[in-house]
Design a binder for this molecule. Structure first.
Ligand SMILES: [Zn+2]
Length: 59
């Protein structure tokens, strides 16, 4: 089993990262989140499609 199966990052594009630096991230919810279950918290994790940055939002 390889880590690549879990971590599927898209290659960042330079033009998109310019938008990210200006705060225009393209957030998508991360469905596979073992940590949220581990903590017993109802949170949704989001990952930016462009730069791979993550944020957590309480639900
Ligand atoms: Zn971004």
């Amino acid at each position: 089993m390889r880590m690549g199966q879990v971590l599927r990052f898209q290659k960042p594009r330079k033009s998109d990262q310019t938008l990210c630096r200006n705060g225009h991230h393209k957030w998508r919810p991360v469905k596979e989140d073992p940590f949220a279950v581990h903590r017993g918290e109802l949170v949704t994790r989001f990952r930016c499609e462009k730069c791979g940055k993550e944020k957590v939002k309480a639900t």
